[in-house]
Design a protein around this ligand. Sequence first.
Ligand code: C2E
Ligand code: MG
Ligand code: MG
Length: 636
Amino acid sequence: MIDRGGQAVTEHQASVQVTKVEKRRLAWLPFTLALLVAALLLAWQRLYFEMRDAHRTALSEAESIMTVVELSRAMSSTDVSPWLTSASSRFSDVVSSSYCVGAQCSAHYRQGRAPLCSQGDRWGSVCAQSFPRGAGAFVEVRHSLMPAYQATLRDMLMVCVVALLGLGTWFSAEQRLRQQVLRREDQLRHAARHDALTGLLNRAAFDAVLAEHLARPKAERSPATLLYMDLDGFKHLNDTHGHHMGDQVLKEVTRRFGAALPEARASMGRLGGDEFAVILPNVSEPLAVAASVDALTESLTPPFEAEQMSAQLGVSIGAVVLDAEVHTAEEALRRADVAMDEAKRLGHGKLVLFDDLLGSRARRRQFIQSELRPAIIQGQLYLEYQPQVGMDGGMRGVEALVRWRHPRFGVIRPDEFISVAEETGLILPLGVAVIEMACRDLVALRKQGVALPYVSVNVSPRQLADPQLVPALMSALRQHGLGPADMELEVTEGAVMEVNGAESSVLDHLSARGFRIAIDDFGTGYSSLSRLQRMKVDKLKIDGSFMEGLGEPGHDPVLVDMMLSLAKRLGVKSVAEGVETQQQADWLRDAGCQMIQGYLYAKPMPPAQLAVWLKERAGDHDDDEDVWSPTVSAEL
Ligand code: C2E
Ligand code: MG
Ligand code: MG
């Protein structure tokens, strides 16, 4: 693909080529002027010599006639006119001749000039006179200049013909060159605006098309929608089958997208790797957008097959209606990108239409992304603890829940920043900080005489995949004189089921080391029961969303019932999360649930408040639960 830099170079090349041609085109003007001046000089020179020759000829003619006329006078002929006429007629270009003798011409004779030559036709002829010494007479001849003019004209014509031929040849060569350059310029411009692989508009050109659309006055602007598409599974295909195959697939995707939306083909662009965008003209209603999106999605349904490869791709799409609220191409693309990211987050093959809520969420995410790292380093994170109580109301353990106290925005809840931390990888340093704080607080609470069996820490999928997790856990516990039995690790059901071999062996490894493993948010993921049976799990934490309506008349608690039975059959403890009412607690106790965590008993609270809360309830615990098993550090 041509990048922005490459495109700038190519556009520059194109403009240089065009400038050159324009300059060459202008060169014909001085060339023609020079030719004209040369032709005029030539003509002038030719005429000058022709006239000089004509004058000399006239002089010699005058002398010849004079000889004849003098001879006839010597033969005492009084009338010399016939002789004059006959002598003149021998010269075809003599226009007129006259003879002067005696007193009538003595004045002229003295002055050495003839009356005729000083007047009459100055342009059509030259005049010459013969004044023989001692003759007392002279002959004057007027010689036509027509032959001189004709010769000059002939030469001029020849020069013009040659010049015209030269100019013609030059012009046709120039024309050919110009066409070549224009063709090349077209190619360069096309290359500058199009993606070399797919032939679609490249990013800069797409930006320009979008900007052009948005620049139209709002009244004239037809409704349109911008779609931002990102292929699902393309990276994997590229990594597995190589870039050559990846390129083939991208070409095929382009062909299919073009066929799916022929009316929008001209405004389709490839914005990078596997990202495409298109402007749907005259489409703004959600149903119409969905129809276009369906066409795109369906076009990817047939598998991509080449050289013994068969792959299935999907597409996640973000859509933005280009209404009056969208002013610039940058803004439109940013919104579409946000919507597309959301589509990816929701799972593959989704369409998300940008709205204000999404926009503010995106801004919030952006803010968290930039501020979370310094927050971890500067210790703005802290833990609150929520007790888990037995059915007798006795303390069992506490769950550590992270909080972020932002100096300007106050306390930010984990729901807002944990997912961003997951995406950005910041969950790793954040997880280490949480483990460290949980150990520190547990030791501090126990030092205050609080009987606290364990602290439960949430572990994200990305942490499970991190080889540093086990060393970090062990090191933190060792540092505070604690052991694995003092810590429970909560892993969400979705994360447990998603983990591949290596990560699930990490869980087994942690369990073997003595850590308690709890499946968090149970019931919200898709558990494989066989996998659940194989795993060394201590606890199922039934998600708070199942508590709604529990114990109320007419509510069917079948799912909670099933989850509790499952926990019983698997021999693991059951905890109900999000219990808010006594009614829910009563129902859970009757149904055999072993522990409760919820606002009914306590909200998450800072360690100092927890200490007070725990002391107030001291001795209120169930003896058959392993309340507190101080670990011998040497075990580690
Ligand atoms: P979770 O692990 O399922 O934690 C339980 C959440 O339910 C907590 O929200 C808690 O305050 C809330 N909760 C407890 N009892 C009730 C109740 O009776 N009613 C209602 N409406 N809510 C109740 P919180 O603290 O906002 O945490 C949200 C989620 O953030 C946690 O869900 C957990 O998945 C995640 N999280 C919190 N701290 C950490 C952490 O240190 N690391 C990781 N990876 N995730 C964390
Ligand atoms: Mg939890
Ligand atoms: Mg939970």
